[in-house]
Ligand binder design. Sequence first.
Ligand SMILES: CC(C)(COP(=O)(O)OP(=O)(O)OC[C@H]1O[C@@H](n2cnc3c(N)ncnc32)[C@H](O)[C@@H]1OP(=O)(O)O)[C@@H](O)C(=O)NCCC(=O)NCCS
Length: 149
Amino acid sequence: MTKLYFAPMSLSDLDEVMVIEKKSYPIGWSKSVMRDCIKSDYHTIALKKGDKVIGFGIVMTALDEAHLLNMCIDADYQGNGYGRKLLKYLENLCIYNRCKVFLLEVRESSPVAQSLYKSFGFKQIGFRKNYYKKSNGREHAIVMNKTLK
Ligand SMILES: CC(C)(COP(=O)(O)OP(=O)(O)OC[C@H]1O[C@@H](n2cnc3c(N)ncnc32)[C@H](O)[C@@H]1OP(=O)(O)O)[C@@H](O)C(=O)NCCC(=O)NCCS
């Protein structure tokens, strides 16, 4: 069976990460933004199956707060529990870094992501109007957070 593991994202993962990003969102992050994240002190985590990147997550931590900036599972691998594993890993990473609150934005049009976050105990705390770009305009973001213990 091919080994499944998490690893810090490296610049050599960038092309695969961008393929996943482009499959996930009609208008997503650019390669240069993704590269800057890898080079920054953000937590940039790749989920790998053997040599292949099948998902990634990006978290910023500052003092006792963590912010989920991006999280995607390759469309070909979705619905198999990988998103749940990745979010658990990221949440533990926040706890190891002594964060007390985990915050995220989610597209109003993403019921799958919303359902995943709710099942982890995230609750809606706000709403950001026209936060995301989409192919024909903009869409709102739901802001959610959870307390970490
Ligand atoms: C959101 C995303 C990360 C979930 O990853 P995934 O591997 O497909 O999800 P999992 O198989 O681990 O399922 C996790 C939960 O998501 C929800 N879910 C998964 N597939 C679903 C579907 N088809 N319909 C409704 N809910 C679904 C369920 O709550 C599921 O939990 P359960 O299996 O215990 O019921 C993934 O779909 C994705 O990358 N989407 C595109 C990018 C995106 O929206 N990212 C979130 C940015 S805010």
